[in-house]
Design a protein. Structure first.
Length: 317
């Protein structure tokens, strides 16, 4: 199904050189990070550093973690800047009222704006493929972990973009919308982590044993609070193959014993986190559509009042 808003945003974005330049600079930066990460995994010889270079293949996994974290960090910065100006920018250019007079639904506008921004982000992800493939080529990760990361990053981008669209619909100014997008993003990502950290600390102090995993993390169902943060999905990547942070989580779960529900949830961290993150995105899209619909209704009421006043003046004249 064609979306006129999506097509308009793509055409407008392709007319400027800003996006190609930004992608080129990003590609150079991520490749440099990949090279330095790979060099950190090399043990250079004393006589000829290039000829005697020995690669520590166990450290190559760290290259993937560095590059993937950098990509997520950049997405968390770029997407709010793009999406937070989508509705607020139309309002500042005084073109939002014209858009709302078209026979299209608010959700049609929101989806078009969001997917246009996600297409731009897709270009950044594609540029990151060669750097991400370094760990795959040298055996640091396998295909399953790489696919898991790609799925996670698309869902994560959808979630961040939905927050930006909602803030853009709520706040009138672009700058305010961008700032509030970052604030809401940080709250959703880190509030559950902070709450769980405080609870774990209190539990560890009460047990007077800060070294045992069971005493510090014996929180029962309260550990499920962490699933409210989309960041948990990143930790679950590689859990099925025992690689990266997922492998570390498996080691913790092997020492930690809790209810069957908690063990099942953390045994399927990535899948559950993807579902929660996607539901977050749908929620913010729904709220953005409701806000745009309320703006349209306010405009209809104002127009009807102005028409009524005009008819009254004519009748009195």
């Amino acid at each position: 199904m064609k979306n006129a808003i999506f097509e308009k945003e793509i055409k407008l974005g392709s007319r400027t050189i800003k996006l190609p330049l930004a992608i080129i600079l990003y590609g150079i930066l991520v490749d440099l990070i990949a090279v330095f990460s790979l060099m950190s995994a090399c043990n250079f010889g004393q006589t000829n550093m290039y000829r005697d270079c020995v690669i520590d293949y166990n450290s190559v996994t760290g290259c993937f973690q560095v590059i993937s974290f950098f990509l997520l960090f950049m997405i968390g910065i770029i997407i709010p800047v793009i999406t937070a100006s989508s509705i607020a920018g139309e309002r500042e250019k005084q073109t939002l009222d014209i858009m709302l007079t078209a026979p299209i639904s608010p959700s049609y506008i929101v989806v078009g704006k969001l997917f246009a921004a996600l297409c731009n982000i897709f270009m950044y992800i594609v540029v990151s493929f060669p750097a991400l493939a370094i760990s795959f080529i040298f055996g640091g990760i396998n295909v399953i972990s790489l696919v898991e990361f790609l799925v996670y990053i698309f869902v994560f981008s959808f979630f961040i973009g939905a927050i930006g669209i909602w803030c853009s619909a709520v706040f009138n100014k672009t700058i305010v919308s961008i700032v509030m997008s970052f604030i809401v993003e940080l709250i959703v990502l880190f509030a559950p982590v902070i709450i769980t950290g405080i609870t774990v600390t209190q539990k560890a102090v009460e047990s007077e044993d800060l070294t045992t995993v069971n005493s510090a993390l014996d929180l029962g169902y309260r550990l499920l609070i962490l699933f409210l943060t989309p960041a948990l999905g990143y930790v679950g990547i590689g859990q099925g193959t025992g690689e990266g942070f997922g492998g570390m989580m498996n080691e913790i779960l092997s020492e930690y014993h809790s209810s069957k529900i908690v063990e099942f949830a953390y045994g399927h961290t990535l899948i559950i986190s993807l579902v929660v993150t996607f539901l977050y995105g749908l929620l913010f899209i729904y709220l953005a559509a409701r806000k745009i619909d309320s703006i349209r209704l306010q405009g209809v009421v104002i127009d009807s009042i102005e028409v009524g006043n005009g008819k009254r003046e004519i009748n009195e004249g």
